[in-house]
Design a protein around this ligand. Structure first.
Ligand code: LLP
Length: 447
């Protein structure tokens, strides 16, 4: 008999360390060495709801909201709903004092049905269809961030009362990140560059519309930014524009929206944007820029999405098969893949991974975890250390999958999208049910 069999509680003490930087805040192990989130063993969630399943730690989401409110007591924090929008999540974040940024009439409908005050909603998008603008105007959305001349004219014709708007500016700042999420440079589709009169033409057009009230400027530099000085540069450039707009148009803009893009770690050791540091840097930049331009300090809005929900999410998969090919690489195939996590294929994202249903005590070796879809690029985690005794039926957990996973999921290969299950205080609650084959068939018009 082994020591572990005599003292099962030793398993918890011996369980491999799960880095709190990438796992939800309530993560721990039970006395059988199984990983727990929200006081529930992930293995039990896999049994109850099937796999793959997205698990969400409600305490973690609330904790991140609280951290933002503490670091920025005077700023508005608008959660970027594109990261993950479910009615329950909209409810949690707004109860924690956040506003909401939406970017489609679908997101707007979910937010409104969760009871979010329309006055606290900001609508984004570089190409908003007329029906979307109409829905926003009739719901009484607080602010709309405009992004083209056509949109400015259309919105003005649809507005029933004076609609508050911000113009999206492109401050010419390169975050040197993935090109798909680099949005602060001139050569991409969002916003009006500060140069060559582009921003000024848009501002002028808004000011000509009697139904629109220009309240501020917005910019979003991109994703996974860990260097706060980039935000300071954005403040400097945007406040200078505000000073110029006052001089040239006699209008004082009162809102500065700096967008989101705050970096979170996906792997242990990855950089993270430090909120206290960001608060200090942005505050100093605002002081300097406002003094230099003799401009009254505008109200600040930040729009974090990923930093609110990424770390709350863990995706559960069941191992279906294990195969070692000629050059010695071992492929572990699981029952999900790029339909529930396209981020590896899209951005080359890297993930941590762990066995959730037991405490593996033996040797570990590098393996590549792949999905079930019909592409060689359908990879979940490349060259990760997993136990050599891994076998079909084991449950694998991938942390940091709360942002842009459910919202980016597809039904590729007619594989239904996973459910979203919240865990808190030892109980689970299904927020989104699994998409079934019957759901997919229901969209078919027939032969
Ligand atoms: N505000 C605006 C106007 C945005 O476009 C975005 C993200 C955010 C805020 C929030 O950014 P966050 O804090 O979440 O980084 N699918 C990609 C991310 C695309 C982000 C698009 N815009 C991914 O999975 O990494």
């Amino acid at each position: 008999m082994t020591l572990l069999e005599i003292f099962p509680s030793l398993r918890a003490a011996m369980a491999p360390r799960l880095d709190p930087a990438v796992w939800p805040i309530t993560t721990g192990h039970d006395d059988r060495g199984r990983i727990r989130v929200g006081g529930v063993a992930l293995d039990d969630i896999a049994d109850q709801y099937g796999t793959p399943t997205y698990v969400l730690d409600e305490d973690d989401v609330r904790h991140r909201c609280h951290a933002y409110r503490t670091a920025f007591p005077e700023a508005e924090i608008a959660y970027a709903a594109k990261a993950l929008l479910i009615r329950a999540v909209a409810d949690w974040v707004t109860r924690e004092g956040l506003s909401l940024d939406v970017c489609s009439d679908g997101e707007l409908a979910v937010a409104l049905s969760a009871g979010v005050d329309p006055g606290r909603i900001i609508l984004h998008g570089n190409a908003k269809p007329a029906a979307e603008l109409r829905a926003a105007v009739s719901a009484g959305v607080g602010r709309i961030v405009v992004d083209s001349h056509t949109e400015i004219r259309l919105l003005s014709s649809l507005a029933q009362r004076r609609q508050k708007v911000l113009v999206r500016a492109t401050p010419g700042i390169d975050i040197h990140g993935h090109s798909a999420v680099t949005t602060g440079i001139d050569d991409q589709k969002f916003g009006f560059p500060l140069t060559d009169g582009h921003l000024d033409a848009a501002v002028r057009l808004v000011l000509e519309q009697p139904n629109l009230e220009l309240v501020g400027l917005h910019c979003h530099l991109g994703s996974q930014i860990s260097d706060s000085s980039l935000f300071a540069t954005a403040v400097e450039r945007i406040v200078a524009q505000m000073g110029r707009i006052r001089r040239e148009h006699g209008v004082i803009l009162t809102h500065l929206n700096l967008g989101g893009g705050h970096a979170v770690p996906y792997l242990p050791g990855d950089p993270e944007l430090d909120l206290t540091g960001l608060a200090r840097v942005v505050d100093d930049a605002l002081d300097d820029a406002c003094a230099r331009n003799r401009f009254p300090r505008p109200a600040l809005t930040l729009e974090p999405g990923r930093a609110i929900v990424a770390r709350a999410g863990v995706t559960l998969y069941r191992v279906l098969s294990i195969k070692t090919v000629r050059d010695g690489r071992t492929f572990v195939a699981v029952d999900g893949g790029m339909s529930d996590n396209p981020r590896v294929a899209l951005y080359g994202a890297r993930y941590d991974i762990a066995v959730a249903n037991r405490h593996p005590t033996g040797a570990h070796t590098a393996m590549t975890v792949v999905g079930r879809h019909c592409e060689a690029g359908d990879v979940i985690a490349r060259d990760v250390l997993l136990p050599t005794d891994l076998h079909p039926g084991d449950v694998l957990a991938v942390p940091c999958t709360g942002a842009y996973h459910h919202s980016l999921s597809s039904s590729y290969n007619a594989v239904g999208r996973p459910p979203v299950v919240a865990a808190r205080d030892g109980r689970t609650r299904q927020l989104i049910r699994r998409e079934t084959v019957a759901d997919l068939m229901a969209r078919e018009a027939g032969l």
